[in-house]
Design a binder for this molecule. Structure first.
Ligand SMILES: Nc1ncnc2c1ncn2[C@@H]1O[C@H](COP(=O)(O)OP(=O)(O)OP(=O)(O)O)[C@@H](O)[C@H]1O
Ligand SMILES: [Mg+2]
Length: 375
């Protein structure tokens, strides 16, 4: 499949010591977490000191990686082959804990406690659209700065859109710098109640907001933003630094997609967007590809043969022909979809991972999955 595309050589990427970050991105459910874990394991068994940062792994995968609790720190995985001198750590992102840690690191204890207890902060840190994406990037920055690993493999959140994590720092920054927030903070800074300083238009707006959000929430937001004010600069700076890290030549983006029109449309968009952002794309991983049946009998001919046989032929032979026709149809469709991607993006290297009959949730499964992307 996608035979005209250059081959994506994953081993070349993980064996190159200059590769320091691999980001697995793509739309929801395509296999980002599984691929990130599989690549991390392979890199560790080929001698790299690896940390895999996962976001929301399926429970059984988390268990097999020894990630039974969400403690937001990398854990050493014992059961890997260390013959090549590598090691594997894995962690599961806890976005709220990551946000709390930033607050604790950047505010004195009293102020940190005040921020952490603030209901507005609590809802921002656990449910603001984009917080998870932002915190994944924040955590990546932290892991990279600690310099304990020579390769960090990053899984990205199950976003509505695969682009959310690129936009998240900007969105959070815009939110924190935004007009509403400034409006909310200025009266508090001036030491006057909010209603006194607002002109009529703003009063109407605040009135409406109060109705929607509730007066207490508005007051919480004011207190929060005032307390948080000193940290805005830090957030921005780190977001910018992480963005530059993603653009650096030591980073390799792998776009993961299923061989289906929607996933590949999103992958194509992502490839273009990475180009615009000057982020280094290493290639496309087509995951869950159905193998081309070994017998090259077309679906139409298999169906015709099944119909001819049907009246008095062997039911087993009829069922086998129908099954073959289904597989041919599926595999033909996947090949067409992949070929369309490649003709639009002929320079993007592609690797394929077959669809396994069952979920991949243990180290052996991850090993096989990584191995299959190379054959
Ligand atoms: N090649 C494969 N063959 C069989 N099962 C697979 C394959 N790749 C992934 N899976 C299974 O598909 C499910 C989804 O995979 P995964 O959790 O890695 O996707 P994801 O892109 O991280 O999803 P989300 O966007 O929700 O985070 C998992 O149960 C995983 O075991
Ligand atoms: Mg995932």
């Amino acid at each position: 499949m996608a035979s005209s595309a250059p081959r994506l050589e994953i081993d070349r990427i993980i064996d190159d010591r200059r590769t320091r970050i691999i980001v697995c991105c793509g739309s929801g459910g395509v296999g980002k977490t599984t691929t990130a874990a599989a690549i991390g394991l392979r890199a560790a068994e080929r001698g790299r000191q690896v940390c895999v940062l996962t976001v929301d792994p399926a429970r059984r995968l988390a268990q097999s990686l020894g990630l039974s609790s969400l403690d937001n720190t990398p854990r050493l995985i014992e059961d890997i082959s260390g013959e090549a001198g590598g090691s594997l750590h894995a962690m599961m992102l806890d976005m709220k804990r990551t946000f709390d840690e930033i607050v604790e690191a950047h505010a004195d204890p009293a102020r940190a406690a005040q921020i952490l207890a603030n209901p507005f902060y609590q809802s921002l840190s656990s449910s603001f659209a984009g917080t998870q994406e932002y915190m994944a990037m924040e955590k990546l920055g932290q892991l990279r700065r600690s310099d304990e690993w020579d390769l960090i493999v990053v899984d990205t959140p199950p976003s509505r859109s695969a682009l959310d994590f690129l936009d998240a720092p900007e969105r959070l920054g815009r939110f924190l710098d935004g007009r509403l927030i400034r409006l909310l903070t200025s009266p508090v800074k001036a030491g006057r109640p909010i209603t006194k300083v607002l002109n009529a238009g703003f009063s109407v707006m605040t009135g409406a907001l109060t109705r929607v959000l509730g007066g207490q929430l508005l007051r919480d937001a004011q207190t929060f933003v005032t307390a948080f004010d000193t940290m805005f600069g830090g957030f921005r700076e780190r977001a910018d630094a992480t963005y530059k890290l993603l653009q650096a030549p030591g980073t390799a983006f792998l776009v993961v997609a299923a061989p289906e029109p929607d996933a590949l449309r999103e992958a194509a968009y992502f490839v273009e967007r990475l180009g615009e952002e000057r982020m280094p794309l290493a290639g496309l991983i087509l995951n869950r590809v159905h193998p081309v049946p070994p017998v090259r009998l077309s679906a139409a001919r298999a169906l015709a043969a099944a119909e001819t046989l049907e009246p008095d032929g062997s039911p087993v032979a009829v069922a086998a022909l129908r099954l073959h026709a289904e597989r041919m149809t599926l595999s033909d469709r996947e090949q067409r979809v992949a070929a369309a991607f490649t003709s639009a993006h002929p320079a993007v290297p592609v690797a394929e991972i077959p669809a396994f009959p069952a979920d991949v949730h243990d180290l052996e499964g991850l090993r096989r999955l990584a191995q299959s992307a190379l054959s």
